[in-house]
Design a protein around this ligand. Structure first.
Ligand code: UDP
Length: 469
């Protein structure tokens, strides 16, 4: 969102959705904008601010004009536990609606251009848009396959693989909210996309012409974290002892040999499914890092009783909770990334130039899988069939078995000459780096965005002057 300050020095106010998948790229965007001599203010709550304070303080020290405004989040007023200020801290699905109720829409009140950032890519945006317009999902059964209309290639999904708006889970309150979000999006001045034009030229063009919307592809934004310290402290940072231990471990392996498995900041797969993943990793006999978020008592018990860590101790590193993902992915020993296809993670994998094993879970992640596998040809699906609705994981049981996981991992690690995924991934990583360099497409799009906002300010001032004279 942009507001007025001095003439020709726009002021962007960023209000990131309170979830790591939105907060992290928003902080990167704040840095990128501030590096281009605009003033940036990030408005968030204390808990979220703490997640990026180290990184932003360093940027402020280096002379960037970034302010952070912390506001108290009314958690207890809307029935949430105290301190519940981010999607990853919401204790149950029922409380998700309360969480979103506490987030308000204020920009229209101030008549300033409201720019959308929803954290996804042009391919997903276009699929969502075309589905929403055509409504073809409405008459399809859950298991029926549908091709997204209006695209030059055939992209097929079962209805059960579509995001919640088209394939709702059992929480009906969330569906109403999704509709409200969709309506709010319609009034936005334009959209910032964390992607780069060369990655999805056709879909960017398609999205622009389908919506008539201003689109600025400014990514991959995570590439603005160039120093190890910035990469290590992105999100919930780990202690420097832990980080050094991970780096030492990674240094002990040859290039492209380690599998990195992480299913994002929100996924809540139940122990029986996680165990299949652990066994699949073990069965490859290859070195791996496995990030286990939200370690439950049941999971901890299995790890201990099954002596999993002991069995794999010569080649497996378990990270409990938060991993410094961008730092890990940037290490040369990483050979493949098993991902849930959250767009940030997917794009971080692209920047690292590693092929991927795709395991979409919810939201638009099946679209992202299609982009990785069918369009970019740098991934192998693990075989996920349906959206595991957030908060309803128990109901879905084990969706993907150990054998399937091992098979997909092996397919990616044993590069096939006919399907040179690793090679393609490297080429994309090079393209990504060029896009954010001075003169690259994303760099230029930031210039265009800022110029556009300056133009907006000037014409608004002209109008005011005319009314006054
Ligand atoms: N992430 C991380 N460490 C973790 C888990 C996640 O650094 O242990 C970061 C990851 O690098 C990405 C973000 O959190 O930037 C997750 O966003 P994504 O869109 O991939 O998925 P979500 O968590 O929103 O499902």
């Amino acid at each position: 969102m942009a507001s007025e300050s001095q003439p020709c020095q726009p002021h962007f106010v960023l209000i990131p959705l309170m979830a790591q998948g939105h907060l992290l790229p928003a902080v990167d965007i704040a840095k990128l904008l501030a590096q281009r001599n605009v003033i940036v203010t990030i408005v968030t709550t204390p808990l979220n601010a703490a997640r990026f304070s180290n990184i932003i303080n360093r940027s402020i020290h280096a002379g960037l004009l970034i302010n952070v405004i912390q506001i108290k989040f009314p958690a207890t007023q809307v029935g949430l536990p105290d301190g519940c200020e981010s999607a990853d801290a919401v204790p149950s699905l029922d409380l998700f609606k309360n969480f979103f109720t506490a987030i308000t829409d204020i920009s229209s009140k101030f008549q300033i251009p409201r720019i959308l950032f929803d954290g996804t890519n042009c391919f997903s945006l276009l699929c969502l848009h075309n589905l929403y317009k055509s409504k073809i999902h409405e008459t399809a059964s859950k298991s029926e396959s549908l091709a997204i209309p209006g695209l030059s290639d055939q992209f097929e999904f079962r209805r059960s693989q579509l995001p919640g708006l088209f394939n709702p889970g059992s929480n009906r309150d969330l569906n109403k909210l999704r509709e409200e979000i969709k309506a709010a999006e319609a009034g936005a001045y334009g959209i910032i996309v964390n992607s780069f034009e060369e990655l999805e030229t056709e879909f960017l063009k398609g999205y622009r012409s389908a919506t008539g919307r201003k689109v600025w592809c400014v990514g991959p934004v995570s590439l603005c974290n160039k120093e190890n310290l910035d990469m290590a402290q992105r999100g919930n940072s780990k202690s420097s002892t832990d980080v050094n231990q991970y780096l030492k471990w990674l240094n002990s392996w040859p290039p492209n040999s380690v599998i990195y498995a992480c299913l994002g900041s929100l996924s809540n797969l139940r122990p029986p499914q996680l165990i299949e993943l652990g066994l699949g990793l073990e069965a490859t006999n290859r070195p791996f890092i496995w990030v286990i978020r939200g370690m439950s008592a049941e999971m901890a018990k299995w790890l201990e009783e099954d002596r999993f860590e002991e069995r794999v101790k010569s080649r497996g590193l378990l990270i409990r909770g938060w991993a410094p993902q961008v730092l890990i992915l940037s290490h040369p020993s990483i050979g493949a990334f098993l991902t849930h296809c959250g767009w940030n993670s997917t794009l971080e994998g692209i920047c690292a130039g590693v092929p991927m094993i795709t395991w979409p879970l919810f939201a638009e992640q099946f679209f992202n899988e299609k982009l990785v596998v069918q369009v970019l040809k740098i991934g192998v699906p693990v075989g996920a069939e349906v959206v595991v609705h957030f908060g309803e994981e128990e109901k879905f049981g084990v969706q993907v078995k150990e054998e399937k996981i091992k098979e997909a991992l092996e397919k990616v690690m044993n590069e096939d000459k006919k399907e040179p995924r690793r090679n393609e991934a490297r080429k994309l990583a090079e393209m990504a780096k060029k896009a954010v360099e001075e003169g690259g497409s994303s760099y230029n799009n930031i210039t265009l965005l800022i110029e556009d906002i300056i133009q907006q300010q000037l014409s608004k001032r002209e109008k005011v002057t005319m009314l006054e004279t």
